[in-house]
Design a protein around this ligand. Structure first.
Ligand SMILES: Cc1cc2nc3c(=O)[nH]c(=O)nc-3n(C[C@H](O)[C@H](O)[C@H](O)COP(=O)(O)OP(=O)(O)OC[C@H]3O[C@@H](n4cnc5c(N)ncnc54)[C@H](O)[C@@H]3O)c2cc1C
Length: 411
């Protein structure tokens, strides 16, 4: 029985040692460089110097083989590192997409030349990527994507518009999904391909720092390459994370086709299980919860209602974590746990949203002279602002429930 729980906690001796080393790296790095833990840090806390330090410390590219500059370790090792980064609210946004889903995509489908060119930079935390899938008329129904690439001498000519493209204004490349054959209504998922489109930012370039208090929008974006227009979509708080990106007859050389022409749908679907299954679907608000618990612990007494609410919150978090670890174990075992990942994302992101509401309720118990009150208030503001996004990104929860129903043979 104890063994079963150990498996669910991802705390075997090797993983526990790794966890301890990430924690001490984070403590020392924070003490030296003074970053502030952020809510939703994997979207909003972009700090390229932090990413480079993380890479230099050997905590990036965990599943990238050593021959391509990575750590050559397993999914559970990556899970442990990711979990610690999120729990600390570390500024991880710059490298997040490249490390999480572009690297596995390159390993599965990339050419040898692409792997040698891109993976060592990703593992070093010096190369950042955006993902261009969604379009104004194609979000949940990605098969309705209209961006297209037409064959040309030595490559493809890409045209179309992508939207909600996180970090495109700061990234070195965008991985774009586009039609390479006309839509066939009988086979809507056929005829897609993936392209690696450089944005015009040089590698490695100078590194930009963006502590959580400073929004990425305050950084100057690099001028995009010919034919590419990157227009900001700004949150009502003024934060700039995502963009609309227009490709107007952009030439993409053959060397930047990712995988097989026509296999784009299969490749993108495989990428999504990496995107949906990680601890970022339960720990986005972890710094808020930690600040809340610390502030409440400093109060003289809590009434039964507050104590029960905290207990309920932690019980749910622990159960969700065990579900999430079980998905990571399935990935580590070479399985493709699409339905389980969808379930964890649905339950986990709803938990994240509810944790913000609960923190808002329990804030009433934090006295005006509590030393953690101001920090808690700032994290709560960030949580309120970002929580509507939690259940949308990576596929909306409603759509994921359809995926689960289909997986159970119900639709
Ligand atoms: C923070 C954030 C970051 C993002 N980053 C990126 C990125 O980097 N790259 C990228 O390509 N995209 C990105 N997205 C886009 C995201 O993937 C889409 O928002 C999402 O897939 C939903 O698409 P949509 O916004 O067009 O909504 P729609 O598809 O128009 O859906 C609208 C509503 O209808 C519901 N709905 C739609 N179809 C069904 C159905 N079949 N059954 C039940 N309900 C349904 C949805 O649940 C939703 O509530 C990001 C989104 C967010 C919020």
């Amino acid at each position: 029985m104890a063994g079963d729980f150990a498996a669910l906690c991802a705390n075997e001796p090797e993983l526990a040692a790794l966890r301890a080393s990430v924690r001490s790296f984070l403590d020392a790095d924070r003490a030296e460089f003074g970053w502030t833990p952020g809510v939703d840090a994997w979207l909003s806390c972009w700090d390229e110097r932090f990413s480079a330090r993380l890479g230099a410390a050997g905590f990036l590219g965990m599943t990238i083989p050593r021959e391509y500059g990575g750590q050559g370790r397993g999914h559970l090792h990556r899970y442990v590192v990711t979990e610690e980064l999120l729990a600390a609210g570390a500024p991880v946004a710059a490298h997040w997409i490249a490390d999480r889903q572009v690297a596995p995509g390159l390993l599965a489908y990339g050419s040898e030349e692409q792997r040698r060119r891109l993976l060592p930079e990703i593992a070093a935390g010096r190369y950042f990527s955006a993902i261009g899938m969604s379009e104004p008329q194609a979000g949940s129904d990605l098969a309705a994507s209209a961006a297209k690439a037409v064959r040309a001498d030595g490559g493809w000519v890409l045209s179309g518009t992508k939207v909600w493209t996180s970090g495109a204004h700061l990234a070195h490349q965008i991985v774009v999904l586009a039609r390479t054959s006309p839509m066939d209504p009988q086979r809507r998922h056929a005829g897609f391909s993936q392209f690696i489109v450089p944005t015009g930012r040089s590698i490695p370039g100078s590194l930009r720092s963006c502590p959580p208090e400073i929004t990425p929008g305050s950084l100057r974006s690099c001028p995009p390459g010919p034919g590419i227009t990157i227009s900001p979509i700004v949150l009502m708080s003024g934060e700039h994370h995502f963009n609309e990106v227009t490709f107007d007859e952009v030439f993409v050389e053959d060397a930047n086709v990712l995988g097989e022409i026509g296999a784009g749908w299969h490749q993108v679907t495989a990428e999504l299980s990496f995107e949906r299954s990680g601890p970022e679907r339960i720990l986005t608000t972890a710094p808020l919860l930690t600040a809340l618990l610390r502030a409440l612990a400093a109060q003289d007494e809590l009434d039964d209602h507050a104590a029960a609410a905290v207990g309920d919150l932690l019980a749910r978090l622990i159960s969700l974590r065990q579900l999430s670890v079980s998905v990571a174990r399935a990935l580590a075992g070479g399985q493709s746990p699409v339905n389980q990942a969808a379930l964890v994302k649905d339950l986990g992101t709803r938990f994240e949203q509810e944790s913000v509401e609960l923190a808002a309720d329990l804030f009433a118990y934090v006295a005006a002279d509590n030393p953690g009150r101001d920090r808690l208030a700032a994290l709560l503001d960030a949580g309120r602002l970002h929580s509507p996004l939690f259940t949308l990104r990576g596929g909306t929860n409603e759509v994921l429930r359809g995926v689960v129903a289909r997986g159970m043979g119900l639709r």
